[in-house]
Design a binder for this molecule. Structure first.
Ligand code: NAD
Length: 443
């Protein structure tokens, strides 16, 4: 298994992948459009160019990341040199969802390859066109014993999970995340779980309301709201609510016209099952804006809902679609009551020109990651680890963090033989104070 030990081999494999993606970009964009009318701009932005940038970053840094890291030794071990070796786990399984069906297969796969693993990827069955082209690219680029793509649905995933792996990387829902964690526990296989949750978006009275509306509308309705880090619901200060809603309506219309159904920039819901699930969430809700649906095309307009109650269906589960409840708050206790009702979310956003308020919010709540005065864009920085906490996930990736995720960190102390300090050896009589002193000052 040359990829285990030869970093140049891994690098060349990634270069081959880069060339293959560049040469098939048009076909990838078409597959994404055929799957759910994903606009070419969004596909370039969030799928192909994103992956090409991740590939370039990895190719440029692979030698640095793979090198054993020298760390300061403990004086207790004097004389020694201490290292952390990055060892591939071995056989890695990557299971991906449908919502960013190219990016979410390729991004962890690149890191797993860079770290020297043998990789099997399982794309989502709900985006068959993208799954097919991912399988084609992989089979054309890699040796089957190095990287393999296995297509299929739930049964295929269950079959894969029944096998023994050295690492499992799963992106998807909380419900399936638990199934994966249970299967992994059978063999004590380490996992990364990239899951979802109800992401609050807090808008303070002291926010730049117009800009906040523009950034929230973009981050929410991108991919028709089918984004794990999209704002799930808004909490706007009572005093700013009316004006803010006007801005939200204005920004939706600017982005997608009066009739988003005819806009080339607004995708569709992935399938009938999810469309029906989302339409059911509209029942008994007060629609402030949008609300138009079309079953034939799995279309749901960008929709604003007014003050959805905590007991309403839409406030029970992750929405994962173009419905945006706008709730209001007056005090920080109101915020606390609503945000804390849910499991720790994958993201949280706060809009405020009051730095102290924004800082307080990001420190007060536990969540995977987020932004002050924007939404979603923390995903784009390779120097930030991306992942959830609690029910929104275990572990993180992107850039160097991804390389580390797919590597076992093996600690090595290399002892020199020219000196052998005697204090740790038996007989211990008379050495207790010396060991206390050494542990206190030199460990
Ligand atoms: P999902 O959990 O239904 O499916 C994900 C994968 O699991 C698919 O490949 C599917 O084949 C497989 N699967 C489905 N049911 C299974 C079962 N019973 N047993 C074994 N395998 C099974 O998720 P989805 O609908 O594809 O994606 C949407 C979810 O993913 C949302 O909850 C979203 O928040 C989350 N998500 C999270 C991230 C992240 O980075 N944290 C990114 C994208 C999506």
């Amino acid at each position: 298994m040359i990829f285990k030990s030869d970093i140049n081999y891994r690098k060349q494999a990634l270069v081959k992948l880069l060339i293959s993606i560049q040469s098939q970009e048009e076909a990838i964009l078409k597959a994404l459009y055929d799957d759910f009318k994903k606009p070419a701009f969004e596909s370039v932005f969030s799928e192909t160019s994103y992956i090409l940038a991740e590939l370039n970053h990895t190719i440029n840094n692979i030698h640095k990341w793979a090198k054993p890291t020298l760390v300061l030794p403990s004086l207790l071990n004097f004389p020694s040199t201490d290292f952390i070796y990055k060892e591939p786990y071995g056989k890695v399984l990557i299971i991906a969802p449908w919502n960013y069906p190219f990016q979410l297969v390729l991004s962890p796969m690149i890191a797993a390859i860079a770290a020297g693993n043998q990789v099997v990827v399982k794309p989502s069955e709900l985006t068959p066109n993208t799954s097919r082209i991912v399988a084609k690219i992989i089979s054309e680029t890699f040796d089957k014993n190095h990287v393999e793509c296995i297509e299929g649905g739930v049964e295929v995933t269950q079959h894969l999970l029944a096998q023994r792996w050295d690492y499992i990387f799963f992106t998807g829902s909380v419900v399936v995340g638990k199934i994966v964690a249970k299967a992994a526990a059978e063999n004590l296989t380490p996992v990364t779980l990239e899951l979802g949750g109800k992401n609050p978006c807090i808008v303070d009275a002291k926010a730049n309301l117009k800009l906040a509306a523009k950034r929230i509308v973009w981050g929410k309705f991108l991919n028709a709201g089918q984004t794990c880090i999209a704002s799930d619901y808004i909490l706007v200060h009572q005093k700013a609510k009316a004006k803010f809603i006007d801005y939200l309506k204005e920004e939706i219309t600017i982005a997608y016209t009066e009739n988003p159904e005819t806009s080339p920039d607004f995708p569709r819901i992935i399938n009938e099952k999810n469309w029906k699930r989302l339409v059911a969430l509209l029942e008994n809700e007060t629609i402030l804006f949008g609300g138009k649906i079309n079953a034939q095309d799995c279309y749901i307009a960008p929709t604003l809902l007014d003050e959805s109650g905590q007991e309403s269906l839409v406030m029970q589960e992750e929405i994962f679609g173009p419905l945006l409840p706008v709730l209001s708050f007056e005090t920080e206790e109101d915020l606390q009551r609503i945000v804390s009702k849910y499991e720790k979310p994958l993201s949280l956003y706060v809009f405020s020109e009051n730095n102290a308020f924004a800082k307080k919010i990001i420190q007060q709540y536990s969540f995977g990651g987020g932004c002050i005065n924007d939404t979603v864009v923390h995903f784009a920085n390779k120097r930030l680890p991306f992942g959830g906490v609690g029910h929104s996930g275990i572990g993180a990736y992107h850039g160097r963090f991804a390389f580390d995720t797919f590597s076992h960190h093996k600690s090595i102390v290399k002892k020199a033989n020219w000196l052998d300090l005697p204090f740790r050896y038996a007989p211990y009589k008379g050495k207790i104070n010396l060991i206390k002193y050494i542990l206190k000052w030199f460990s």
